[in-house]
Design a protein around this ligand. Sequence first.
Ligand SMILES: C[S@@+](CC[C@H](N)C(=O)[O-])C[C@H]1O[C@@H](n2cnc3c(N)ncnc32)[C@H](O)[C@@H]1O
Length: 209
Amino acid sequence: MQNLKNQTNFLEAIYNKEPYKDAGIDVAHAMVLFGVILAQKPKNILELGIGTGVASETILNAIKYNSMKCQYDAVDFCMQFSETTKRYEYQGHWAYPTHEYIEKLRKENVNLIGLDERVFVENCESNKYDLIISDADHERAGEWADHIFRICKPNGIIFMHDIAGTWYPSLQKYMEYINNHSIPHYLFEKNSRGDEICQRGWLMIINKK
Ligand SMILES: C[S@@+](CC[C@H](N)C(=O)[O-])C[C@H]1O[C@@H](n2cnc3c(N)ncnc32)[C@H](O)[C@@H]1O
């Protein structure tokens, strides 16, 4: 059960770190992601946008718990400019991963891909991933929404972050796509505590094709 404990210890540690609101995703949403990986048993995971590493660490803990072979691809263009990633930089829109964290992921055999999201997604083969976590290009990702559904396997699962509200109009293309194609989904966006950040929205999509 050590990997379950690793995950809860990790989440408690980030929760207690100030400012909690700067965490990449809410603890509640990380728990959903962790549970889905434990239950879905994905063989191929794609993460778009590493940021603070809350989702990345959650994915790693879940893969370790599953004790099965799983290819974990992580795309983040910040790896193209490694000098600036040597320190934690909060840029207003997002936090870049630290250089040390990228090295940790490398040691954990994560397949690190230092490309722009659009370049990677548009050139990726179809039906490749069981699970996609999308939290990179908030301003433009709607332009290649079709490709995200294309590269995810039938009945695969897609998580989109920051989709609630009107902060990122481009991401609304995903809502349009799932509504137009009657694709099953659930938007986790409720807070029950004053200190949560769930209102940013964690959209879970079942990729019915
Ligand atoms: C909001 S953060 C991701 C937060 C992450 N889910 C977490 O748990 O901390 C966004 C990340 O996506 C990366 N990113 C932003 N735009 C991108 C793009 N066009 N292509 C690739 N990576 C991008 C940034 O460098 C940053 O690391």
